[in-house]
Design a binder for this molecule. Structure first.
Ligand SMILES: Cc1ncc(COP(=O)(O)O)c(C=O)c1O
Length: 398
């Protein structure tokens, strides 16, 4: 539970807060609803990985940096799937030398397969791997390469357990998900018929969507019922199915708090300067603040009180919300209407649990990175990252 006033009083802004209980409930909900194991795509938000360890079935880890975070937090390595389009030799050597208990690797190219085989041999390891099937971009391998790897693989070093497939995020077309299920089913059949290879596991990233903007309507339950039917068709092939999910697991459980630090007007409108900006806040599809996300305003000055809506036409003032970067593109939202704002009022943006803290252009202008706190079921807060000065990162060393 996130108590907005408590966050502002105890921690201040700019801050992200993640509701751990909500994320755990979400894992259970998606697993029950979709009837598949749920793996967490760490890239969506690396700050909650330890909190969910008991509940989550696994972690999809896409870089050495993500591995180092999870490993330093003592995440069960059996739950890790080491994925990623670039697996460099020193990183793989480090993992294989020091961690023989890593659950699985993915193979994203013929070269990666050779590298994994080579390094595993070097350290006397036997590893499990999934081959990532491409969706036509730089990720994964084409079906011919996939078959080549299966045919030429030395089972004594790499056991290929199945296939990974992820074609993109924010998929709300059930037609697309059904097409992807068809593709996987045909491939499973083809590999059996042509190569006598049995696919035991499918790790599929359905790219489940989040609806971020006011006025959007989405019947998630009905959508997930349809997704389940597609997934059931894959499961009928006798495979173990797991889903790699990022956005849909954590987006709804995060809030971003940012304060009004300046107010001004000119012939083009009323401008609010916030102590955050597009370096901290990323809404998928939200370019130049044209669409309005869900937010609340908590008034800090004594006469302001909460400003969660506009009572009367006469109260309504139109504002543009801007961050603190040196670019005209630092627009969080355009044309919101609110009661009169004051310095110190706090905007609380919702649905920022996925990708905001990890995807923002956070080094721009050497602005500090926000604090990050976790909220428990009672609203108690624990700061898990203090402010980080990016001037340390952007400074040349002589
Ligand atoms: C391989 C892979 N799996 C899973 C995900 C998570 O996607 P989403 O956040 O849409 O669930 C991503 C996101 O980029 C990805 O690259």
């Amino acid at each position: 539970m996130i108590d907005n006033k408590k966050v502002i009083r105890e921690i201040g802004t700019p801050t992200y807060v993640y509701d751990v209980e909500a994320i755990i409930e979400r894992i259970k909900y998606l697993r029950d609803k979709l009837g598949a194991a749920i793996l967490y795509a760490v890239k969506a938000n690396s700050f909650i990985v330890r909190e969910i360890e008991e509940e989550i079935d696994g972690y999809e880890i896409c870089s050495k940096g993500e591995f180092d975070i999870c490993n330093s937090l003592n995440i069960n390595r059996g739950k890790m799937v080491i994925s990623g389009v670039h697996k460099d030799r020193p990183s793989i050597e480090d993992m294989m030398a020091n961690c023989e208990d890593i659950g699985k690797y993915t193979i994203e190219s013929v070269n990666q397969w050779k590298l994994l085989t080579d390094v595993a041999k070097q350290y006397g390891r036997k590893i499990n791997a999934l081959i990532r099937l491409t969706s036509g971009n730089q990720f994964g391998v084409n079906p011919d390469d996939l078959k080549y790897i299966i045919q030429n693989n030395d089972d004594n070093i790499i056991t290929i357990t199945g296939i990974e497939y992820f074609s993109g995020t924010q998929k709300h077309s059930i037609k697309k998900i059904n097409k992807e299920a068809d593709k996987l089913i045909s491939l499973i059949d083809e590999l059996q018929e042509e190569l006598g290879f049995t696919v035991k596991q499918i790790e599929y990233g359905p790219g489940l969507p989040i609806f971020y903007y006011q006025g959007e309507e989405f019947d998630e339950e009905a959508f997930l019922d349809e997704v389940k039917l597609a997934l059931d068709r894959i499961k009928e092939k006798g495979v173990e199915l797991s889903l790699e999910v990022g956005r849909s697991l954590v987006a709804n459980a995060g809030k971003y708090f940012t304060s009004v630090v300046d107010l001004k007007s000119n012939k083009n409108g009323n401008f609010v300067i916030l102590d955050g900006g597009i370096n901290h806040l990323v809404y998928y599809g939200g370019t130049l603040g044209m669409r309005i996300p869900h937010y609340q305003i908590v008034g800090m000055s004594s006469e302001a009180g909460d400003k969660e809506g506009v009572d009367a036409e006469s109260d309504a003032i139109t504002y543009n919300l801007h961050g603190s970067l040196c670019t005209v593109n630092d627009i969080l939202v355009k044309n919101i209407t609110s009661k009169k704002l004051n310095l110190g009022d706090v905007f609380v943006f919702e649905n920022v649990g996925a990708y905001s803290s990890t995807e923002g252009i956070s080094l721009f202008l050497s602005r500090d990175l926000p604090q990050i706190a976790l909220a428990d079921g009672e609203g108690n807060l624990r700061v898990v990252r203090e402010v980080i000065k990016t001037s340390d990162i952007n400074m040349p060393r002589y």
